[in-house]
Design a protein around this ligand. Structure first.
Ligand SMILES: Cc1ncc(COP(=O)(O)O)c(C=O)c1O
Length: 383
């Protein structure tokens, strides 16, 4: 048999999916893989049903149907406070997952360096490697997951081509402050670096924290490739629709990369999602309020266990310090917790570049009843 590619030889199976299987085997509540266990808005589901009765069964425009780009630009303009040109500044992709890959391949060449914060969402290093680039890491220091400006500067100065910013952040729940983002922006300017943002949790932010769109910072529109999607905002992770928003010159390139990767996202669902983009502001307020309530349910139980955790400022994950249990391997702890406590976490080491293994991550995108059931089980962790 010929040899498979060397570039992908180091890829391991996702620990998140492994934990989902372990959870199923032990009948544990799965708080490892983060996706909602409730239905999307009824109007959106109805729009999808109707979309199949209209002639939308063939390829849509490769870079996204005109009606979707028009509705998306209106929504982005509403929330970002800047004008977004639907004709020249958007490409619709198969989720933020493809958007990130498109962004990376559009600006990086083999041998380039891509900066990532660690802990990081596991796809980013794979995206860099698939682009032929080399991921380099800047620590976000637990328990507050802040960066050291000196460390960040040294990484930018080492010759980055692009920097990836996940904000609000999976897995650590940070919502970076405007001041922090300005520091990143200043370095991007000084060292002439692209910034690829992943903002899929833009609407899941807990007061008093506020989301700042990186591209809206002075001078950043020209060097930002903003990736986001409808997966989290409208609870439709299975629909696979996302997008890249960037300056026209970059989007011209990104559209070609996207065309070669996937041609396009599902045409009927592109039509349906227009309904969601026209939801009123109250939809987004309610989404954030519901997630805040879920967060409070889970954190309430964690408080009773006495375990230390980092309070999420956004997204729907919480990192918990498991050092009091004395395990040398967080993977072993995660298996033990799934088996004996009946709640499946993700071992934190799957997010860190440097072998850090004192943490596990739980998510709270679950109905209150599921979270209460999980919380009752978590009380057995009480120290
Ligand atoms: C930070 C982050 N980016 C991207 C994704 C995937 O987004 P999509 O479903 O739009 O591909 C996830 C899913 O968990 C995520 O947490």
């Amino acid at each position: 048999m010929p040899r498979p590619s060397l570039r992908t030889a180091g890829f391991t199976e996702s620990l998140i999916r492994e934990m989902s299987r372990v959870a199923a085997r032990h009948g544990a509540i799965n708080l490892a893989q983060g996706f909602p266990d409730w239905d999307p808005p009824a109007a959106l589901v109805q729009a999808a049903k109707e979309a199949l009765d209209t002639p939308r069964h063939q390829y849509a425009t490769t870079w996204g149907s005109a009606e979707l780009r028009t509705a998306l630009s209106a929504k982005l303009t509403r929330f970002m406070g800047v004008t977004v040109d639907p004709e020249r500044e958007l490409v619709v992709t198969c989720g933020a997952t493809e958007a990130m890959m498109v962004a990376m391949m559009s600006v990086c060449d083999p041998g380039d360096k891509v900066g990532l914060f660690s802990p990081f969402y596991e796809n980013y290093s794979a995206d860099a490697i698939l682009s032929g680039a080399q991921p380099v890491y800047v620590p976000l220091h637990p328990p507050h997951y802040r960066f050291d400006p000196g460390e960040l500067r040294r990484t930018f100065a080492s010759g980055l081509k692009a920097f990836v910013l996940c904000n609000p952040s999976n897995p650590c729940g940070r919502v970076f402050t405007r001041e922090e983002l300005q520091q990143i922006a200043a370095l991007a300017e000084e060292f002439d670096v692209w910034v690829i943002t992943d903002e899929v949790y833009e609407h899941i932010v807990y007061a008093p924290h506020r989301h700042t769109y990186f591209a809206t910072l002075p001078g950043m529109a020209q060097r930002t490739l903003m990736c986001s999607s409808f997966s989290k905002t409208y609870s439709i992770t299975g629909w696979r629709i996302g997008y890249v928003h960037a300056a026209p010159e970059v989007i011209a390139r990104a559209r070609k990369v996207h065309d070669f990767l996937t041609i396009g996202a599902a045409a009927p669902l592109q039509h349906a999602v227009v309904t969601a983009l026209n939801f009123p502001a109250s939809y987004y307020d309610q989404l954030a309020a519901e997630y805040a309530a879920s967060r409070d349910v889970l954190l309430g139980y964690l408080d009773q266990t006495g375990l230390a955790y980092t309070r999420p400022e956004g997204a729907y994950f919480v990192m918990i310090d498991i050092s009091p249990f004395g395990y040398t391997s967080d993977v072993e702890f995660a298996h033990w917790m799934t088996r004996e406590i009946g709640v499946a976490p993700v071992p934190g080491s799957s997010f860190f570049a440097d072998g850090e293994n004192r943490y596990v991550r739980l998510h709270f995108a679950k109905r209150p009843a599921t979270l209460h059931a999980a919380g009752e089980r978590l009380l057995k962790l009480k120290r």
